[in-house]
Write a protein that binds this ligand. Sequence first.
Ligand code: SAH
Ligand code: SF4
Ligand code: F3S
Length: 508
Amino acid sequence: MKNFSNTMENGAAESTKSAANNSIDNPQKNAPLAAKENAPAAQSTNEDRLLEQSGYSARVKSFLLKNLSHRPKAFVHTYGCQQNVSDSEQLKGLLSSMGYEEASSAEDADFVLFNTCAVREHAEDRVWGNIGSLKKLKEQNPRLIIAVCGCMMQQQANADRVRRSFPYVDLVFGTFQRWRLPEFVYKRLLGSARIFVLKEEPNDIIEGAPIRRDGTFKAWVPIMYGCNNFCTYCIVPFVRGRERSREPQHILKEVEDLVADGCREITLLGQNVNSYGKNLQNPMTFAALLRKINEIPGDFRIRFMTSHPRDCTEELLSAMAESEKVCHHLHLPFQSGSSRVLKAMNRHYNREDYLKLIDLARKLMPDITLSSDIIVGFPGETYEDFRETLSLVERVRFSQLFTFIYSPRGGTPAAKLPDPVSRKEKGRWFDELLKAQERISSELNRAAVGKTFEVLCEDEGRREGYIAGRTTHNTVVEFPADRSVIGQFKKVKVTALSSVLEGTLLED
Ligand code: SAH
Ligand code: SF4
Ligand code: F3S
């Protein structure tokens, strides 16, 4: 096996010219980067950027070919929400264009990338622990390249902690610069000092970049990035920047291509899809986009997330109701059932507004199922406030809830508020909520027994010989079938409720 540790340690030819370096932090000052390579990328067009990065990809590929005696492998670990999952598919596409195959574990890889999430402390703790455990991998294989990116790294304090405490991490970049991965890898391979790039881009949307999707019949399609809402507890607007929407023609083309390739379910992604299109040159509503996607011929379903109740309009609910490909399931986070807490959260709707929306959704789509996110123990929340959350849950009867105990995020307004209720007490409220939801979910599931649904067959079930499929309502049903049905729509009759809904496949 050839050894290229020399180029890792010492500055290579590329690293000899000094330059004012505003995008690549170079604390070691031993390997400044060439001036032309630090030209501010924001001024370049989409095509310039694509071309520049594909040039770097080709150079990485030939470098690895010359210097490695095996096929290079990359391991990508994704934390956080679907937005990050989608970003990782783009990062994997770039890695693939550099010649990296997918590794099944970090131990098996020449390149390890963690795409991180900052939404709650627990998510961050996991990342820190896992970065720590990469140390011994680097000791075993000094040529291993370790990169950490995503929402956590967009925060200076976290990037600084990596710089200080994890000297074996080679590349750190935030959410705005992920499209430059080939450039970062190339420079590090050629001996640049550790790379730290957090600079915000006014426009980080790159169309036409390579993508390697995790699935074949289900796909994530981002329609917008960032968030303008600044809910007082939330870090997302600080690490993802302001709302920016993709041009509809790019989204439509992507969906058309996916459907032509046999994709059966498209999930449109954004932190707040309901405000899609406001910043486009020719503004367009999310409802209008949904109708246009629905017109694309083919046998496929459309889902979307996440919707904010503030921008959830009758126009959108009608578009859902009238578009036969759009699933009758709405994920509409309400966060708290107390109007007082909602105000403190800066959510811009109250309990009554939310309930009115739910009533309207049910009037337009009587079979619709609903899911939601809830925060328990927001600063200043009392048990009475919490009871209002509980009563809203009882009233709406969500099919699924994602519940979180409030986690203070540095830099957000809520983190400065007095928070007198103990973690233990919040834990008790949380358990009360979970218990209520378990009962509701099982009542709703029991009501499904005897009914027939069209499901998209997704994966093997929990039991041998079973397949798991998902209804338009996002309910999972398991039924005896063989793997050949995976990726197809099938009719299934629900026959029983055990720990999951069980059913039997009906003849076509
Ligand atoms: N943009 C989406 C969700 C973003 S984060 C939306 O607005 O619905 C996903 C969920 O994490 C949020 O809905 C919220 O319930 C939860 N969350 C966000 N910040 C949190 C915090 N500081 N503590 C606890 N939960 C939080
Ligand atoms: Fe965070 Fe609120 Fe934006 Fe969702 S809408 S990402 S909760 S600020
Ligand atoms: Fe986490 Fe970033 Fe998503 S903070 S929830 S990965 S947008």
